[in-house]
Design a protein around this ligand. Structure first.
Ligand SMILES: Nc1ncnc2c1ncn2[C@@H]1O[C@H](COP(=O)(O)OP(=O)(O)OP(=O)(O)O)[C@@H](O)[C@H]1O
Ligand SMILES: [Mg+2]
Length: 208
């Protein structure tokens, strides 16, 4: 036991580099002797991954924003209960590719749900577990979508939304960063190594 672990989430629009940077930070932290797990949302546990399949596949209009928010939070409840909270209690660092701020940006800013409702739902799902640090990988929505398009797969339900939707998401993230002091904005348009260096410096500065 080495005290409580640290919880770092990575947020940003499609293709902003979240998955790339989660893995790079994990390597750097492990080199320094930390126990680290990487995980993602929606998903991260068997049950939550089943819910993920409902959310990321199929027609864009398949769910309303409200249903989406409930499904995201159902997945998050399982993820927090079975993986994130136990890991933190064992002193393990948890690096999570998307978490609650994505719900605020996608189902809140872009789909129009009230943030008060989403925060209440977050409390029900997680008993109020927020990250120690949230890294916002900020970039132009169109440039991010162009990067994301280079990958293959069938998890395209959100990517198929129009550019206006993705601009709302990116603007939503920026607006949240202005009021959430545990959220740090990183320019995701830089070269991969420069982004990684900035994130590592932030982690050292804020989490020690
Ligand atoms: N700083 C960067 N400069 C150029 N290309 C990058 C950069 N970071 C990541 N990429 C590339 O852009 C693509 C998307 O990156 P990545 O999968 O990490 O983004 P993501 O935010 O996880 O995307 P998604 O939201 O779709 O899961 C990948 O092909 C990745 O190699
Ligand atoms: Mg990703």
């Amino acid at each position: 036991m080495s005290g409580r672990g640290r919880f770092v989430s990575f947020e940003g629009g499609e293709g902003s580099g979240k998955s790339t940077q989660v893995e790079r930070l994990a390597v750097m932290l492990r080199e320094r002797g930390h126990d680290v797990i990487t995980t993602r949302e929606p998903g991260g546990t068997d049950g939550a991954e089943e819910i993920r399949a409902l959310l990321v596949g199929g027609e864009p209009g398949r769910w309303s924003g409200r249903t989406e928010a409930l499904l995201m939070n159902a997945a998050r409840a399982d993820h927090v209960e079975k993986l994130i909270r136990p890991a933190l209690e064992e002193g393990i660092w948890v690096l999570c590719d998307r978490y609650a701020h994505s719900t605020l940006a996608y189902q809140g800013a872009a789909r129009g749900l009230e943030s008060d409702e989403l925060i209440a739902l977050h409390f029900i799902a997680t008993q109020g577990l927020w990250p120690d640090l949230t890294v916002l990988l900020d970039m132009d929505a169109e440039a991010g979508l162009a990067r994301a398009a280079s990958r293959k797969g069938n998890e395209t339900r959100f990517e198929e939304e129009g550019l206006a939707f993705h601009r709302e998401v990116c603007a939503g993230f920026r607006a949240i960063a202005e009021v959430d002091e545990r959220m740090a904005v990183v320019d995701a348009g830089q070269a991969v190594d420069a982004v990684t260096a900035e994130i590592f410096a932030l982690v050292e500065d804020r989490l020690g």
